[in-house]
Design a protein around this ligand. Sequence first.
Ligand SMILES: C[S@@+](CC[C@H](N)C(=O)[O-])C[C@H]1O[C@@H](n2cnc3c(N)ncnc32)[C@H](O)[C@@H]1O
Length: 215
Amino acid sequence: MEASFWHNCWQKDSIGFHQDQVHPFLTQYISPLLSSQDTKVFVPLCGKSLDMFFWAEHMKVVGCELSEIACRDFFQDHGITYEQHDETPFVRYSKDEVVLYQGDIFDLDKETIGDFQWIYDRAALIALPQALQAKYVSYIRGLIKDGVKLALISLEFPPEELSGPPFPIFEQDIAEYFDGLSVELIASRDIENKQFARRVFDVSYLKEKLYIISQ
Ligand SMILES: C[S@@+](CC[C@H](N)C(=O)[O-])C[C@H]1O[C@@H](n2cnc3c(N)ncnc32)[C@H](O)[C@@H]1O
């Protein structure tokens, strides 16, 4: 997907992927795994996800997102005043525990993110076409050092029944992408009404899976 595709989605408010609640996997499965030593989560391709409010209750949040509309609305939708600074090639939006870097994730380096223990991927890997998935996985693998856990939520459906995004990612794909790392399947749920955030898909099955990937 080109950057223009995503800018266009945000401009037209065509954001069917945006959830109006915190993802239920977070409270059910991630909460018990959090420790008082966890100080920061990195959220790639963060959109204006409410999930960042869940994380911000526990630790600092650093998000990265292409769209200035998403970064602005993350704060404005909730009446939060924020600071905005030019940090070329990014614009940095921040308030207290949350910092959003508006720009291309592939320009964001580890030093800028700082020390973190979690990476949270919801609708990031599945948003990218295959060629970009490999580049994204290579970027994320470069961030998974000792003591870092990637919480990744994937989506499964028959690929021939829906042209993405989102693109389905199966257990086998996860195993290949994260070969050599520890991959734990934490949860799986069948979405019986086929609703994915604001969209209902015309597919024969829809499943979400939560993995924790670490060294
Ligand atoms: C499917 S949405 C998911 C957003 C969010 N994770 C959520 O759960 O609502 C994918 C997001 O990735 C952003 N995006 C796409 N390519 C990007 C890139 N190269 N760098 C940063 N953000 C990107 C898009 O603007 C879009 O908001």
